[in-house]
Design a protein around this ligand. Structure first.
Ligand code: AMP
Length: 230
């Protein structure tokens, strides 16, 4: 299973990506984690990217593409989190996967408002003290998401591979308690795998949309994939 998880910082990507990766027995490849580990190790790469991370800016595309090419070289499946963030990265990823005949099976988009994302990142800053959770860096990261990464979301939306999840559900902030998601879009491209993926969501008590969350669904034109959502 090759899954891409997209969404702004604070949408719960890391949490969901880990969960899905575990369920499918595939690695969770998070570029932010890789870069933070490089900073912590004091490697050459770490020294190079440290000021960029602290400002909440983006690491240059060529560097990111090389890093991902190397990381995915021997992987059959993965949950990719934090990459691609720009159109150039998305094009490079698609070309890379095309070349080896291993296209993405699903793209998950976690949808949250800037207000919710900001509140969660501030809470995380208080709890973990991440250098890029300063108010300026948070603003910068969300701005870059809207300016650059939303184009990537649109690219995959047009390719018909995305599943949209309402990331503001309480589930996405609490790790315990009742588990519940609302999946409102199904990706119709590669039937078998995607069907299995939606089954997985159901097995994990995530509710696949059937009209109950109609407003959210309407906002994301969920009717396109109704048959898959049943
Ligand atoms: P994240 O943990 O995904 O929010 O990433 C933390 C930081 O790492 C980002 O704010 C960027 O500075 C950098 N980063 C992670 N992934 C990428 C990427 N695909 N392209 C450019 N910069 C990235």
């Amino acid at each position: 299973m090759r899954i891409l998880i997209l969404g702004p910082q604070g949408s719960g990507k890391g949490t969901q990506a880990k969960r899905i990766a575990e369920a499918y027995g595939v690695p969770h490849v998070a570029t932010g984690d890789i870069l933070r580990a490089a900073v912590a190790d004091g490697s050459e790469l770490g020294a190079q990217v440290r000021p960029i991370l602290e400002r909440g800016d983006l690491v240059p595309d060529e560097l990111m593409v090389d890093l991902i090419r190397e990381r995915l070289a021997d992987e059959d499946g993965f949950v990719l989190d934090g990459f691609p963030r720009t159109m150039a990265q998305a094009e490079a990823l698609d070309a890379m996967l095309d070349e080896i005949g291993k296209p993405l099976d699903a793209v998950i988009l976690l949808q949250v408002s800037d207000e919710v994302a900001t509140a969660r990142l501030r809470a995380r800053a208080a709890a973990e003290g991440r250098a890029d959770d300063s108010p300026e860096a948070i603003r910068n990261r969300l701005r870059l998401y809207h300016e650059l990464t939303e184009l990537v979301v649109e690219r995959y939306r047009l390719a018909g591979t995305e599943v949209v999840v309402d990331g503001e559900r309480p589930h996405f902030v609490s790790h315990g308690g009742q588990r519940r998601h609302d999946v409102v879009l199904g990706p119709p491209r590669r039937g078998g795998d995607v069907g299995a993926f939606l089954d997985f969501l159901r097995r994990h008590q995530m509710s696949v949309h059937e009209g109950e969350n109609a407003q959210f669904a309407a906002a994301h034109s969920a009717t396109r994939c109704r048959p898959l959502c049943r």
